[in-house]
Design a protein around this ligand. Sequence first.
Ligand code: QUE
Length: 353
Amino acid sequence: MSQEPEIEFETRGPLAVVTLNRPKALNALTLGMIRALQPKLEAWADDEAIKAVAIKGAGEKSFCAGGDVRAVWQAGQEGGALTREFFYEEYRLNRTIHVFPKPYVALIDGIVMGGGIGLSVHGSHRVAGDRTLAAMPETAIGLFPDVGGSWFLPRLPGRLGIWMALTGARLKAADALYAGVATDYVPAADYGELEGALAQALTEGDDAAAAVDAVIARFAADPGPAPLAERRAEIDRLFAADGVAEILAALKADAGDWAKSQLEILESRSPTSMKVTAEQLLRGRGLDFDACMTMEYRMSQAAMAGHDFYEGIRAVLVDKDHAPKWQPASLGEVGAEMLEAYFAEPASGDLRF
Ligand code: QUE
């Protein structure tokens, strides 16, 4: 029986095109996809015939909904190697995108969350579309905003990063552009034409970066006003603290409806995830990219040895009751030694590049 590949590669002259091809799973990223993409990027980085890379998701709903965390969850139950290998190889791929020496254009229409952010935000160009919904929702599954979240979230304007990290807020195109998660907006109906124009311009010009900038500028449109711009001062004020307890206190002290809505969201998130995430972003602010990924790999292995990731995946993706029973159930019970364990070298060793 023939089976569609989970990830497809083609070249349109000097433009290499990657298609994430698991539309029924919202193009969630599997270890197989990571293992196919990594050597392609390494080869294209050195191939003089390739001037740029574009990456997109199959179907209209999603660029990439995240990592295939259900498979990781399964491996965790059965003692499989995926709990190590998935994060190890995904974070190495994130780094390869970060250091990629040519234009890397992610067409991020639809859902772009978690691992999908990791496949896009580290590249040179992130083109949002009409259905873009960008988020780092990991505190809802007992994880933390990984795939380079410790690098890019603390570097977003003001306190947007810690707000996104703790709440998992979903940003549409205008807000994604405002936050800097996206670099441009192009109506998704024009993506096909944009891809052809990129291939054409890269064939004709000799400055790939300039050619890509010019083509995207030609297709770029105004996504309209960003609601986040109106909310920014409030976010910066309410999420000003580096500690979760202080942020919760600020939200509780505020009489407004928006603060109340954010408080309700945080009260549903894993207390361990929130504490670990706040510490992650604080540390990440002062680390270089590689040190961020090394830290995140340590954190991933601590999460795999804990409780909340398995409970989060059960509640959100397996049983879908959306009623996780976090352990510990309150912030106060997340002790300093629990937190420290997330930042210590795992017994199986550190991430190496
Ligand atoms: C929070 C998350 C994820 C999530 C839901 C959350 C996440 C993730 C997926 C996901 C979605 C569809 C799939 C799949 C995984 O959902 O990271 O395999 O088919 O990958 O609330 O962080």
